[in-house]
Write a protein that binds this ligand. Structure first.
Ligand SMILES: *Cc1c(COP(=O)(O)O)cnc(C)c1O
Length: 486
């Protein structure tokens, strides 16, 4: 399987190891497989009796054809082990008539673990496959959750080092403690005196600093990124849709071949794009419902055909969806409309902040997608209703999806899979307040109180955090970030 860029017709073709190492194409586009592998109903049925790591190795082997099945299986077994996930990697809870696919049982209790537990292993293997002599040095600027998930994913992976910067007053106490207590011999964490933008600009400046690159090269290292647009982060996300379908057949909830609708709480469009790819491979999925919070740029796009980022940005209780540029949408444009049109749209987006598609083009997109948005009030009410009616506690992002699914289902549809992307304990203050409870000042007290009120289990990594020992305490000014390298 070869990979091409979303922005150039007949662009150069590359192996999967190359694109995982490289990240972004030279023309600024994203890498996509040249064609999508097929998944027949009998392929799917043959996966029903398999474990999650075996399913992952099978699906990934269709895309990463320059990795051996043994390599993929051992990477998947290490990434999705029972020790790390406390059980199967992506379990389903039936709530009323709907199925919640819980993607947050990993080591940081967030869905980013599903990709970040395996991607670093794929990157590490790619170095050998591409004849790279230097080791990879990952730099991350984070506003919270991605930094921890990346640290946990890269921790003690061969031939990579990771360095994370976060704004000293821009993350919650829990997020700070999670990063400051990170284990591993190849990790380093600094806070900076500044906000997230300062951290991000600092990292960008370091990436393009030739003297730093030279210093790295002398030490046998090169810069790489843990960016969410890397194909190595997207491919593992296709697996859990196939896996969920297998589990629903096994549990007698679905007949083989029966269509299943899916609702995804969407930010950067990676998760829902993985569902689209699974569908195009042959997984019997019906409508893919893109759920937005108050930042409803994607639902507006799907419903009106205009992607317009010239709008007010809102801070919401579902912060991982507070995004105005959904990078992975570019891959959908490519699959539906081709490279030339994709390049034109991306150029218009960067020069004018807006692009629009014709009705005929939008019909192609609407054949697979629907968009529904959810207000802050509806998010809170959904959390409270699901807990009151079913005793099911969900986080704010999942609540946006559950509300969007309910809106969509008014028109009918198939059985519904709702993608759940974070443990409710990751957003304990907002969840408590949705339940009508007073919110304690201290984050850790909020965790304890959410447990006292709901009796739902606290994930182990969060329960142990209060007493975890702190390893990283240094705070630097943005201009000193460059001195933290190596
Ligand atoms: C990252 C994230 C999302 C958004 O996923 P995309 O793939 O960026 O659309 C939703 N919920 C949570 C909790 C996340 O961390």
């Amino acid at each position: 399987m070869n990979y091409i860029s979303t922005r150039t017709e007949n662009s150069e073709k590359h192996s999967s190891a190359f694109v995982i190492k490289k990240g972004l194409a030279d023309d600024g586009g994203l890498f996509v497989p040249e064609n999508l592998p097929e998944l027949s109903l009998s392929d799917i049925e043959s996966l029903i009796s398999k474990s999650y790591p075996e399913r992952a190795a099978y699906i990934l082997s269709l895309f990463l054809t320059d990795y051996s099945r043994e390599e993929l299986l051992s990477a998947a077994e290490a990434a999705y082990s029972v020790e790390k996930f406390g059980g199967p990697a992506a379990p389903i809870s039936k709530v009323g008539d709907d199925y919640f696919l819980e993607l947050w049982h990993g080591p940081t209790s967030a869905f980013k673990d599903m990709a970040l537990q395996i991607m670093p292993r794929l990157l590490s293997l790619s170095l050998g496959k591409t004849g790279e002599e230097k080791d990879a040095y990952i730099l991350v600027a984070t506003s919270g959750d991605t930094g921890k998930a990346a640290l946990e994913g890269y921790c003690d992976i061969d031939r990579v080092k990771i360095l994370v910067f976060y704004p000293v007053n821009g993350v919650s106490n829990i997020q700070k403690k999670q990063m400051a207590s990170q284990k591993g011999n190849n990790v380093e964490v600094f806070s900076i005196n500044g906000n997230f933008d300062d951290a991000q600009s600092g990292v960008k400046a370091i990436f393009s600093d030739n003297s730093v690159k030279a210093k790295l090269a002398e030490n046998g290292l090169f810069f790489s990124s843990a960016n969410s647009i890397n194909w190595g982060r997207l491919a593992p996300q296709i697996v859990y849709y196939v896996s969920a379908y297998c589990d629903l057949i096994a549990e007698g909830e679905l007949k083989a071949g029966e269509l299943l609708d899916v609702t995804v709480p969407t930010g950067n469009f990676g998760n829902i794009l993985a569902a689209y790819i699974a569908k195009k491979m042959g997984l019997p999925l019906g409508k893919l419902v893109c759920a937005s919070n108050r930042n409803d740029i994607l639902t507006d796009f799907i419903n009106k055909g205009v992607y317009d980022r010239r709008r007010e940005f809102f801070t919401t209780v579902s912060p991982s969806m507070d995004i105005l540029i959904s990078s992975n949408l570019e891959r959908l444009l490519f699959f539906v409309l081709g490279a030339e049109k994709t390049r034109a749209c991306m150029n218009k987006l960067s020069s004018e902040g807006v692009y629009s598609l014709s009705d005929a083009e939008m019909e192609l997109i609407r054949a697979d997608f629907a968009g529904c948005a959810c207000s802050e009030e509806e998010t809170a009410k959904t959390i409270s209703d699901l807990f009151g009616e079913f005793g099911y506690l969900c986080d704010t992002h999942t609540a946006v999806a559950a509300n969007a699914a309910a809106q969509y289902k008014k028109e009918g549809g198939n059985k519904m899979l709702i993608v759940s992307t974070a443990s409710p304990y990751k957003f304990a203050p907002a969840v408590l307040s949705s339940l009508g409870e007073a919110v304690p000042e201290d984050d850790f007290d909020a965790l304890d109180k959410l447990f006292a009120v709901t009796k739902c289990a606290i994930p182990k990594n969060l329960a142990n955090l209060r007493s975890a020992s702190v390893r990283f305490t240094k705070t630097v000014d943005p201009k000193e970030m460059v001195d933290c390298i190596i």
